[in-house]
Write a protein that binds this ligand. Structure first.
Ligand code: ADP
Ligand code: MG
Length: 566
C-alpha cells in the first residue's frame, strides 16, 4: 500500500475556497444539497456501468445515500454506495479545477461579496462548499470493483493529504468535521428539514436513523435518542415522472439546481410527457444566467439522458442543437435500448424524433415568455440572445420560429439595447416600404454612426443596427421574414423603391448629369483600387462612402474573415 502523500491545491482552488467560505456563508445549508447531489450522480454512474457489468454491485444493489452525525466527534457524514473513485480520480476531481471557463471566472471576480457569491454560484459550488461549515474534511472512497480504498483529507487551506486505506463497502463517505458554532448540523430534526427542502427530488432514498423521544425517569428530563432503525427522508421518486400537479415550484427549482450544477433558480421550464410513436418525458429548463463557458466548444452539454428512469449519460449533445446549448434538464425515453451508446445516438431516428420534439418545446416556451413576460424575455435575450442567433443557420426547419424570437438594436430607439423584433419592425414600416433594412458593423457605435444611415434617418425609415460577431452568419441564412426581404443598406445600388417620389428621382438625375466630370476624375485617380465610382443619394451630410457590391461580402464580413486568417 502507498504511504501518505501531501499535495498542494492548485492556486485557483485556494482562492475559490476562501471566496466560497466568505461569500456563501449565509447559504450554508446548501452544503448538504451539493454533497447529496454528488452522491446521487455517483449512484447514477454506477447503475449505468453496471448495465454491462453487474458484478460492480458486489451483492449490494440497493443504492442509497446515508446522512448521519456524531455529536461527540462533532462530525456530519454523507455516505453513498455509488461508483466511488480511484486515486487519480480523487486527485483530479477534488484537488484541481479542470473546468472550462475557469479563467473567465477568475477574471470576473470583483471583490464585492454579494456579486462574487453570484459568480461562484454560476461557476458551480460543488464539493468545496463543504468548507463553509467544516474546518476539516475527510473523504474515504472505494471505486466499484477495486480492492484499494483512498482517504483524502484537507483543512481547506493550502493542501490535502492522500493515502491508501481500507473500506468494506464500495462508494464514498464524506466526513465533515464541523467548525465551531455549526452545531445546528448535529441536530436530527434540522438535518431532516434541510434534506427535505433541498433534496427531496433525489431519485434514490436518502436515509437517516430514526429518532425517538425517550421519557426520563418519573416523566422528567426526556430527550431525543437515535434508534437503530432507518428512515427514508425524501420522496425518492424521479421528479420528472411525477405528474405536474404534484410538483411544487420549489421542487422544480431544486431539481434544476441538481441537474444543472447551477446555484440560482431557472428562468423557466417546460415539463411534458409525450406519447405516440416515441414515448418520452422531458423536463427542460432555461437558466437565468449564462455559464462562463457558453462559448467554449469543449464545454459539457446540458441534457441528461435516462431510459426508463435509468441514467444513461450526461452531455447528450445529440438531444439539443448547438444554438440551444444553454438548455438544461432530463429526457427519459421509454423506447431506447438501455445499452444505447453515443455512437448509436449519433444516427438513431428515434433520437432525432425526440430531439425535434424537445426543440419545439423549448422554442414554444421561449415564444410564450416573449409574448407574456417581456421583461423576463429581455433578461433571457441579454444572456443567450447571441447563441440563439446561431439558430437560423443551424436549424432550417425552425428558421421562421427562431427568427420570430430574435431581437435587434435599431434606429428606432437608437440605443444598444436589442429589443426590436422583426415583427415590431414590420409593424412600423412605411406603407410603401418593401424591405427590412439593416446595417452591420464591428461595433454598435460604428453601425449607429454609419454615413449609410443618413438618407434613412432623413426619411424616417427604421434600420436594424447589427454589431454582434454572429450577425453576419445569421444574415447569411436569414434572408427574409414574413415575405419581407432583409436588405443591407451598405451593399449594391441603393434602391429605395416606392419610398422615393418622382421629384426625388428628377433631382437625382440632374445631380448625376452635373457630376459626370467629377466622377471621371475620381475614377482616374483611384484606378484599380475600386470597382466603380457612382453618384449616390444615400448620403445627406457626408461627401463620400465605400459600398460593397450586391453580391460581394459586406465590408464587415470581409474584416471578420481577414481577422480569422481566411
Ligand atoms: P460537479 O458535481 O459539478 O462535477 P463537484 O465539485 O460537486 O462538481 O464534484 C467534483 C467531482 O468529484 C465530481 O464531478 C465527481 O467526479 C467527483 N465526486 C464528488 N463527489 C463524489 C462522490 N460522492 N462519488 C463519486 N465521485 C464524486
Ligand atoms: Mg456536484
Amino acid at each position: 500500500s502507498q504511504s501518505k502523500q501531501t499535495m498542494g491545491f492548485q492556486a485557483e482552488v485556494k482562492q475559490l475556497l476562501q471566496l466560497m467560505i466568505h461569500s456563501l456563508y449565509s447559504n450554508k445549508e446548501i452544503v448538504l444539497r451539493e454533497l447529496i447531489s454528488n452522491a446521487s450522480d455517483a449512484a447514477d454512474k454506477l447503475r449505468f456501468e453496471a448495465i454491462s457489468n453487474d458484478s460492480l454491485y458486489e451483492n449490494d444493489s440497493e443504492l442509497k445515500i446515508r446522512v448521519s452525525f456524531d455529536k461527540d466527534a462533532r462530525t456530519l457524514t454523507i455516505a453513498d454506495n455509488g461508483i466511488g473513485m480511484r486515486r487519480e480520480e480523487v486527485i483530479n476531481n477534488i484537488g484541481t479545477i479542470a473546468k472550462s471557463g475557469t479563467k473567465e471566472f477568475f477574471q470576473n471576480l470583483t471583490g464585492d461579496q454579494a456579486k462574487d457569491a453570484n459568480l461562484i454560484g454560476q461557476f458551480g459550488v460543488g464539493f468545496y462548499s463543504s468548507f463553509i461549515i467544516a474546518d476539516k474534511v475527510t473523504l474515504i472512497t472505494r471505486r466499484a470493483g477495486e480492492a484499494e480504498a483512498i482517504k483524502w483529507e484537507s483543512s481547506g487551506e493550502g493542501d490535502f493529504t492522500i493515502e491508501t486505506t481500507e473500506k468494506e463497502g464500495r462508494g464514498t463517505e464524506v466526513i465533515l468535521h464541523l467548525r465551531e458554532n455549526e452545531d445546528e448540523f448535529l441536530n436530527d430534526w434540522k438535518l431532516k428539514t434541510i434534506v427535505r427542502k433541498y433534496s427531496d427530488h433525489i431519485t434514490l432514498p436518502i436515509v437517516m436513523k430514526k429518532s425517538e423521544w425517550k421519557e426520563g425517569e418519573n416523566g422528567e428530563g426526556g430527550q431525543m435518542v437515535t434508534t437503530d432503525e432507518d428512515e427514508t427522508i425524501n420522496t425518492a421518486s424521479a421528479l420528472w415522472a411525477r405528474s405536474k400537479s404534484d410538483i411544487s415550484e420549489e421542487e422544480y427549482n431544486e431539481f434544476y439546481k441538481h441537474v444543472s450544477h447551477d446555484f440560482e433558480n431557472p428562468l423557466a421550464y417546460t415539463h411534458s410527457r409525450v406519447e405516440g410513436k416515441q414515448e418520452y418525458i422531458s423536463l427542460l429548463y432555461v437558466p437565468s444566467k449564462a455559464p462562463f463557458d457558453l462559448y467554449d466548444r469543449e464545454r459539457r452539454q446540458g441534457i441528461k439522458l435516462y431510459v426508463k428512469r435509468v441514467f444513461i449519460m450526461e452531455d447528450a449533445e445529440k438531444l439539443m442543437p448547438q444554438y440551444l446549448r444553454f438548455v438544461r434538464g432530463v429526457i427519459d425515453s421509454a423506447d431506447l435500448p438501455l445499452n444505447v451508446s453515443r455512437e448509436i445516438l449519433q444516427d438513431s431516428r428515434d433520437v432525432e424524433a425526440i430531439k425535434n420534439g424537445s426543440v419545439k418545446k423549448v422554442l414554444g416556451l421561449l415564444e410564450d415568455i416573449a409574448e407574456n413576460k417581456p421583461e423576463e424575455y429581455a433578461r433571457f435575450w441579454n444572456e443567450f440572445g447571441r447563441v440563439l442567433k446561431e439558430g437560423p443557420g443551424e436549424d432550417f426547419a425552425n428558421k421562421d420560429k427562431i427568427a420570430g424570437l430574435l431581437r435587434f438594436a435599431s434606429t428606432h430607439a437608437d440605443t444598444e439595447v436589442q429589443n426590436v423584433s422583426l415583427k415590431a419592425y414590420i409593424e412600423r414600416m412605411k406603407p410603401e416600404q418593401e424591405a427590412i433594412y439593416y446595417i452591420t458593423a464591428d461595433t454598435f457605435a460604428a453601425a449607429k454612426n454609419s454615413p449609410h444611415l443618413e438618407i434613412f434617418r432623413k426619411k424616417g425609415i427604421e434600420v436594424l443596427l447589427m454589431s454582434d460577431k454572429v450577425d453576419e452568419w445569421l444574415l447569411g441564412s436569414l434572408t427574409e421574414f414574413e415575405g419581407k426581404k432583409l436588405q443591407s443598406i451598405a451593399k449594391g445600388d441603393l434602391d429605395l423603391g416606392k419610398l422615393e417620389d418622382e421629384a426625388d428621382k428628377e433631382a437625382q438625375k440632374q445631380v448625376e448629369e452635373s457630376a459626370k466630370d467629377l466622377v471621371e476624375r475620381v475614377k482616374a485617380a483611384l484606378g484599380e483600387a475600386v470597382k466603380d465610382v457612382k453618384v449616390t443619394h444615400r448620403l445627406t451630410d457626408s461627401p463620400a462612402c465605400l459600398v460593397a457590391g450586391e453580391h460581394d461580402l459586406s465590408g464587415n464580413l470581409a474584416r471578420i474573415l481577414k481577422a480569422a486568417g481566411q
